[in-house]
Design a protein around this ligand. Structure first.
Ligand code: HEM
Length: 509
């Protein structure tokens, strides 16, 4: 087993017998993304390296151009993600876009894509902005004109939950006041990837046979039931009362009736939610594959994947952007000046529109740099679905065999000084001229046909919340904030060990 890479002339991280690289997760106190990307630091002159998870070999891609190629031109060889959930034990996760594979993924993705176009995002933007604006109003009342201390991860995950609940289900919740509402609590359990759920995810990825043998599930039973019931009740309510609201359930019901289309002209003008927006590729229809039949449970799976994929990541982006703004007051002031200038053009001087956010160049530079410096999803993966041969840097041929797992260290591309000089410095100026950015090595939302479906939504949401925050508050580091920030190495996502404690000073104070 352990001579797998030697035989193939691929450099690899020497495994600990039986455990492979997995032991380091538990013994070295390093972040899972860093442990999995170890080879990237060790071997500088290769396009790929090897690693063992327990006894299973897996590849780590070092060359962003190779990843782009695998994800686009040679996509047919890498159509799947690695985690394998089963419908019998994980009815929701197995139907969610991130975890579904093969023909079902193709049908699901082409069915969902028209729900994420620029024009759909614009019509949803009113709901998003209202939800964030209402929450900001409550925060101002709470402040009563005086500075106060707040942990921003908690604040942003509550705002993110409320926005997502509104644009997915058409239900308005207020998690700042009603702190234990069911959508917030279940959403938190759904997205929990630390502790026991994290271990189960790791098992489903690395030892799927053991995972399935014991009929384990990745998601809590009550969370499955919650989303299934919430969607079924919501659909029934809409159909009985003929409710028409520009949210995801509405769009998915249109998909069910085959009436969900894309408004090509409008979309062309609205494609760009910022430099980081990824391109949506057209999936070819395969012979005999047909279209997706959207049963209620498929709609529940899609909605749950938005909560699962969208809230933690967008919250992470907002937390680290706020941290950088707090420790770099000159950048914060410049961004606030841009926001204030745009506010003058707004009817009420307060509520941002989709178009206004799209126009804001410096806001986009700040967000793009935050996604680079603090990549929310530092590692993604693919499964090889058809043997694939390419030439390595030393001229040797490498063949990745069908069934092999591949990791892509997005974080390490972004922190490589080859692509970004002085990579640990937060410097929005890098994005002043997009021509200076190596597009292959800038992949916060992944690449190719299986990239993030929600990039436009994430960017518009993060920008909208930052617009409101800086319009109303000056963000200052609180005494409880650790500078430089200390990363929580035990979290499966990207988080601060001691929290994002900030002092929010109302601008009217
Ligand atoms: C800042 C926020 C976000 C970041 C950084 C992010 C990042 C990513 C990345 C890196 C991937 C994997 C791409 C690949 O394997 O090449 C992904 C996939 C995905 N994301 Fe996001 N994401 C964010 C927000 C969202 C939002 C708001 C949603 C939903 C509404 C979402 C839904 C998904 C889904 C469903 C997938 C799987 C796509 C597929 O397999 O076809 N994400 N995301």
């Amino acid at each position: 087993t352990y001579d797998y890479f030697e035989k193939r002339n691929v450099p690899y991280v020497k495994p600990v017998p039986f455990f492979g690289q997995v032991l380091s997760f538990f013994t070295q106190g390093r972040h899972a993304v860093d442990v999995a990307s170890e080879g990237y630091r060790m071997f500088r002159n290769t396009r790929i390296s090897g690693v063992f998870t327990l006894r299973t070999p897996a590849y780590l891609v070092h060359d962003p151009t190779l990843y782009k190629q695998m994800a686009t031109k040679d996509f047919d060889h890498f159509t799947d993600h690695v985690t394998d959930f089963r419908i019998e034990t994980d009815p929701i996760l197995a139907r969610s876009l991130f975890f579904t594979n093969g023909a079902h993924w193709r049908q699901h993705r082409s069915g969902l894509s028209p729900a994420f176009t620029g024009s759909k995002m614009r019509s949803m933007f009113g709901l998003l902005s209202k939800s964030a604006g209402d929450a900001m109003g409550r925060l101002l009342v709470f402040a009563a004109g005086k500075p106060f201390t707040m942990e921003l991860r908690d604040l942003y995950s509550r705002l993110g939950n409320d926005v997502m609940t509104s644009i997915s289900f058409g239900v308005e919740v207020d998690s700042l006041t009603d702190r234990d509402n069911e959508f917030f609590l279940k959403g938190k359990r759904l997205a929990q990837i630390d502790g026991l759920p994290g271990l189960k995810f790791l098992m489903a990825t690395t030892i799927p046979r053991v995972f399935h043998f014991f009929r384990l599930s990745g998601m809590y039973k009550d969370v499955n039931e919650f989303y299934t019931d919430a969607v079924a009740r919501n659909i029934q309510l809409r159909e009985t009362n003929r409710i028409n609201r520009p949210d995801f359930i509405h769009l998915l019901l249109q998909a069910r009736k085959n009436t969900l289309g894309a408004e090509k002209h409008e979309d062309e003008a609205l494609q760009d939610a910022g430099f980081s927006t990824v391109k949506e590729h057209t999936l070819e229809q395969k012979m005999g594959e047909g279209k997706m039949n959207w049963a209620d449970i498929d709609i529940a799976g899609a909605a749950a994947s938005f909560f699962f994929g969208g809230i933690e990541t967008t919250t992470t982006l907002l937390c680290f952007t706020s941290y950088e703004l707090a420790v770099n007051p000159d950048i914060q002031e410049r961004l606030r000046a841009e926001i204030d200038e745009q506010r003058e053009s707004l009817a009420d001087g307060r509520t941002p529109t989709y178009e206004v956010l799209q126009k804001m160049k410096y806001l986009d530079m700040v967000v793009s740099e935050a996604l680079r410096r603090w990549t929310p999803l530092g590692l993604t993966n693919r499964k090889c679905t058809k043997n694939y041969t390419f030439t390595n840097t030393d001229g040797s041929q490498v063949t990745i065999e069908r069934g092999q797992n591949i990791s892509i260290p997005l974080k390490y591309f972004h922190l490589d000084e080859k692509f970004y000089p002085d990579p640990l410095r937060f410097d929005p100026e890098r994005f002043a001229d997009p021509n200076n950015i190596n597009q292959d090595a800038y992949v916060p939302f992944g690449a190719g046909l299986r990239n993030c479906i929600g990039s436009r939504l994430a960017l518009m949401q993060a920008k909208c919340i930052l617009f409101y925050m800086l319009s109303n508050f000056i963000i200052k580091p609180d005494t409880k904030l650790t500078i430089p920030i200390v990363i929580d190495e035990t979290s499966a996502g990207l988080n601060a060990k001691h929290g994002f404690w900030m002092n929010l000073v109302p601008r009217s104070a």
